[in-house]
Ligand binder design. Sequence first.
Ligand SMILES: Nc1ncnc2c1ncn2[C@@H]1O[C@H](COP(=O)(O)OP(=O)(O)OP(=O)(O)O)[C@@H](O)[C@H]1O
Ligand SMILES: [Mg+2]
Length: 327
Amino acid sequence: MKADILRLLLQSHANGDETSFRKAALQLAASESAAGHVRVAEDIRAIIAKLPATSVRRTGPVVDIAAPRGELADVLEGGHRDERLRDIVLRAEVRDLLLRVLSENRSRGRLERFGVSPRRRLLFHGAPGCGKTLAAAVLAGEMGLPLMTVRFDALFSRFLGATAVQLRAIFAEMPRRPGVYLFDEFDSVAKARGDSQDVGEMNRVVTAFLQLVDADASGSILVAATNHVELLDRAVFRRFDVIVPFDKPSREQLVALLQLRLGTLGLDEQQAQRLAGSAEGWSFADVARACDDAVRTMALDDRERISERDVVAALAELKRRELPTRN
Ligand SMILES: Nc1ncnc2c1ncn2[C@@H]1O[C@H](COP(=O)(O)OP(=O)(O)OP(=O)(O)O)[C@@H](O)[C@H]1O
Ligand SMILES: [Mg+2]
């Protein structure tokens, strides 16, 4: 492992690749601290801190490509989003809360004049298929920022030894590339902490995450999403400015979802009301999928308006299959 890092260090220096050089040096520091050589690790980090800032900006106009490249591309996926608030069904309080967060972030300057900053660390929690990932995309779409999704699965399985280093690289990206940073399936940190053989490594990851959150002054919005809020430590909780619950849809919300999805294809409110009755108990994602199925039937039939029957059939199919998200 160390030989690999040293090779990378020398190679990147030889290539004049500042970014990889910095990354390799950080990995070296991490591996030293993992080996208990805390002093050496600190020295290395101090040297890195004194390195001149990377010269990306000097190479010409900054091209705003949302998708990260290089090593980071494995753990961070990015893209611009078209989703807007009108595309998501939310409880009134949750909608108001998100609207408020959006206006705070749009009025950053005004807030800062009075010594406060916008709330930008959000924890989304709730059942699967109820809009956590979608809401993060909506925030990005509304702010005109890319949604940068951190792939925790890749972070853990591929680079276990260097997970904290990868996390650092992601946080280093935040000031450089303003965006909505979504730490999806965030509970995997906590879960892995519980059942990994290497408890020391996971504790280091959590500690690194908390320190990085504390130190982050990027202005980027950070969203952590989880189905298992009960697995999170108090220490983790405290880092978030806003905690947003995403519940299974109420009957009213099912009506709203059906109208959102099928209203333009002729589904009226009464039909939506009736259909919502048979959709009760399912998640938004399940019902959205049934709506798509109904549209497929309509299209294959060469019609341009949806019939209530198409949706009834799609919902029945959903029940027959008893998708695993139902609980
Ligand atoms: N509140 C909602 N309003 C409208 N559509 C929704 C809502 N929630 C989910 N959907 C639909 O279901 C799809 C999947 O939802 P999403 O990925 O946001 O769920 P999630 O809460 O992130 O689930 P998981 O916990 O499994 O990651 C969305 O892309 C959208 O089509
Ligand atoms: Mg999700």
